[in-house]
Design a protein around this ligand. Structure first.
Ligand SMILES: CC(C)(COP(=O)(O)OP(=O)(O)OC[C@H]1O[C@@H](n2cnc3c(N)ncnc32)[C@H](O)[C@@H]1OP(=O)(O)O)[C@@H](O)C(=O)NCCC(=O)NCCS
Length: 145
């Protein structure tokens, strides 16, 4: 494999673990200012659908969840992403019902659930660490696109 050494640098082919540090470099607006259209396209976080197998008493079910970087909190991104994900689940994929599971005290997530039209359904405890959990749910017929 070709490698080039300079007094201070090693120029080499990519390694798999270069991906994350290179993504950090590309996420910096100073780096991207004169590249393409200058937009950064940072990764803000994630929202997704999964089968909550860790909580057998709610099964069968599909759960929606979210997690964003702190610099993206308080700007409505989580609500916006969650709404689009719920629409995808209920209207595109044809699910009848979607639930969401949060720890008691996670008021931000409960606010998102309320804004999505999800309703409190039950309270339970995490089977492994015992923290209290709340389950909210919404049926297809209640969802407002
Ligand atoms: C949960 C999380 C995604 C919310 O992000 P966010 O940026 O606050 O979400 P949004 O901006 O879409 O707004 C959420 C709503 O909750 C409100 N809110 C935010 N933080 C709050 C808090 N600590 N207490 C009460 N309400 C809060 C917001 O004002 C907003 O309501 P509004 O639209 O009526 O003003 C974010 O806090 C996060 O990623 N936390 C860490 C991971 C996590 O706990 N995920 C949940 C696992 S189920």
């Amino acid at each position: 494999m070709t490698e080039i050494r300079t007094p201070r640098l090693l120029l080499r082919r990519w390694h798999d673990d270069d991906l994350a540090p290179m993504a950090d470099i590309d996420a910096d607006p100073r780096v991207m200012r004169w590249i393409d259209d200058g937009s950064v396209g940072e990764l803000a976080g994630c929202t997704g659908l999964s089968v909550p197998e860790f909580l057998p008493q709610v099964l069968p079910a599909v759960a929606i969840s979210w997690r964003f970087g702190p610099q993206f909190w308080g700007q409505g991104y989580a609500s916006e992403a969650a709404h689009a994900t719920l629409e995808f689940a209920l209207q595109d994929r044809g699910l009848d019902r979607v639930i969401s599971i949060s720890q008691v005290g996670d008021d931000a997530s409960e606010n998102i659930m309320r804004k999505l039209g999800m309703e409190w359904e039950s309270e339970t405890a995490h089977p492994v660490h015992g923290r209290p959990l709340r389950v909210h749910a919404i049926d297809l017929t209640e969802f407002q696109a």
